[in-house]
Write a protein that binds this ligand. Structure first.
Ligand SMILES: NC(=O)c1ccc[n+]([C@@H]2O[C@H](COP(=O)([O-])OP(=O)(O)OC[C@H]3O[C@@H](n4cnc5c(N)ncnc54)[C@H](O)[C@@H]3O)[C@@H](O)[C@H]2O)c1
Length: 305
């Protein structure tokens, strides 16, 4: 018996990289899986259905059940069809892992409108469409039956918290994903549906570009820290009955590490006896910011572990 026996999962962008690992892990736990993938390159160009089909074949060869869906996650109707495919093929829908996406990195002063629009579309609208259609199905079922088995899992990035000078589009999309997911956690709590966000690090087509590639290199021997398979056990656990009370959280996950992040914390409180004016704001905040480190001229991911 697998922990997800009888459950139906949709994993977007599951043709390769992290999505493939998540789909295989959910299938290993017993879920029947809709493998969504458009088969685009790391910059969103091109189209190839063979990767998604290969993951379906791999799950089946391991004794699992899977079906392919080759739609665009950010297309309203295609996204709806993804959930419908789950229901029509396997009789139900329970778990959504939104993962699909691509990058078009540029500094803020060089970024074109199309770079911004396309990355916001695939990540933020892609998550919105999936969560929208998934939550409609789960809410309707929850209203009819009381409680329902539902898990919404979203993929953000540490760029949402710590920013990245070369990814203004991607950082913004990933920050928005946390907001949408936590809102869904609140909207669906009464039906027993959970929603969580995780921020992975892994060696994939997305990270094997430019200077980033060396950071993710596979070691000649020993533990492979950036193997995408290191991320999927958290996904499988959050999708499982054991995580029924875990909702509205943000995780960072890679290698042998899992960090749980909380909402931004208060760094200071200032009150004024009268209405604020230019001078009183300066008097209150000036000293505080003098003692703070200024922003650095580079991309630094603070250590959270
Ligand atoms: N790899 C990392 O270190 C890392 C870090 C932070 C966040 N992420 C996030 O993890 C997720 C997976 O990325 P990855 O690293 O596995 O990249 P990847 O490029 O290997 O996989 C992305 C997959 O998404 C698919 N895809 C792209 N646009 C699509 C669309 N419109 N509809 C359906 N499928 C589409 C691609 O065909 C591809 O198979 C992404 O959301 C990414 O932003 C990755």
């Amino acid at each position: 018996m697998g922990e997800l026996d009888g459950k139906v999962a949709v994993v977007t962008g599951a043709g390769r990289g992290l999505g493939r690992s998540h789909a295989l892990e959910l299938a290993r736990l017993g879920a029947r899986v809709v493998v969504n993938d458009l088969g685009v390159a790391a910059d969103g160009n091109g189209r190839d259905e063979s990767a998604g089909q290969a993951v379906v074949d791999e799950i089946k060869s391991l004794g699992g059940e899977a079906v392919a869906h080759f739609g665009d996650v950010a297309d309203w109707d295609a996204s709806k069809a993804m959930i419908t495919t789950a229901v029509e093929t396997f009789g139900d829908f329970n778990i959504l892992v939104s993962n699909a996406g691509f990058c078009r990195d540029k500094m803020i002063f060089s970024m074109e409108e199309a770079d911004f629009d396309s990355v916001l579309r695939v990540h933020l609208k892609g998550h919105f469409c999936g969560i929208r259609h998934a939550s409609q199905y789960l809410r309707n079922k929850g209203k009819a039956e009381g409680q329902v088995y539902g898990r919404i899992l979203s993929t953000a990035s540490e760029a949402a918290f710590f920013a990245d000078p070369g990814q203004p589009n991607y950082s913004a999309a990933k920050a928005g994903i946390i907001a949408i997911t936590n809102g869904a956690a609140q909207a669906l709590a009464k039906y027993g549906v959970t929603a969580n966000t995780f921020m992975p690090r892994a060696r994939t087509a997305m990270t094997l570009v430019g200077q980033t590639a060396q950071f993710f290199e596979k070691p000649d021997e020993g533990f492979d820290t950036f193997d995408p398979d290191n991320v999927s056990p958290l996904v499988g656990w959050l999708a499982s009955p054991a995580a029924a009370k875990v909702s509205g959280n943000v995780f960072i996950v890679w290698g042998k590490q899992i960090a749980i992040m909380e909402y931004p914390r208060h760094a200071g409180d200032f009150d004024s006896p009268d209405a604020w004016n230019h001078e009183s704001v300066g008097a209150a905040l000036g000293g505080f910011f003098e003692s703070k480190e200024p922003v650095k001229d580079s991309f630094i991911v603070p250590s959270v572990f």
